[in-house]
Design a protein around this ligand. Sequence first.
Ligand code: 5GP
Length: 190
Amino acid sequence: MQKGKLIVFSAPSGSGKTTIVRHLLTKKELNLEFSISATSREKRGQEEHEKDYYFLDLQTFKNKIKNDEFLEWEEVYRDNFYGTLKTEIERIWALGKNVIFDIDVSGGLRIKRKFPDETLAIFVKPPSIDELKIRLKKRKTESEDKINMRVAKASAELATAPLFDEIVINEHLDQALDQAYSLVSNFIEK
Ligand code: 5GP
C-alpha cells in the first residue's frame, strides 16, 4: 500500500486543536482525512458514531486491546479509553489520502515514534493554564469536576511540548490557523 503522510495534532484539552484540525480538513489541496479514534467515553452533544469517534463499550474496547488491534491507545481519563485502530490508517491510505489526528500527547508521540519519517507532530499550546480553564468553562460540555481533571492533566502535558516537531501557540486563532496550514502544507509537499 502507498503510504500517505501522518499529521498529528496534540494538545491539552481546550487548547483549540480540534478547531485547527477541522479548519485544515476544509482545505481540499491538503488531501487530508480525519483519523476517527475509538473511545469508551459517552457520546457528547451532536457527536456521531463513525464520524467523530467509534463509540465502543468498555469491554469491546478492552477486547480490541487484547487482540492487538490498536496502533496506540491510552486511558486518557479514568475508564475513558481512546485509541487509534490499525484499520483506520489502512482505510485512509487506501483512499490515497494523508491522515490527520486529533489525539492526546502520549498517543501523538507514539505515532511519531512508530512512523518517524511519515509523521509531522504538532503541539498546540494554550496561552496559559488560566486561559485554558476559561475556555473549558465556556464550552459547557463538562462538569466542574471533569474540567478540574482536564486542567490538572494539562500541566503535565505542557511539559512534553519540546518533544514535538513543531509548536503552535493558539493565542489568536487566525494566526494559529495560518501557521498550522503552512506547516502542514510544507510537510506534505516534501
Ligand atoms: P475528548 O473527550 O475531549 O473528545 O478527548 C479527550 C482527549 O483524548 C483529547 O486530548 C483527545 O485528543 C484525546 N484522544 C482522542 N482520540 C484519541 C486517540 O485515538 N488516541 C489517544 N491517545 N488520544 C485520543
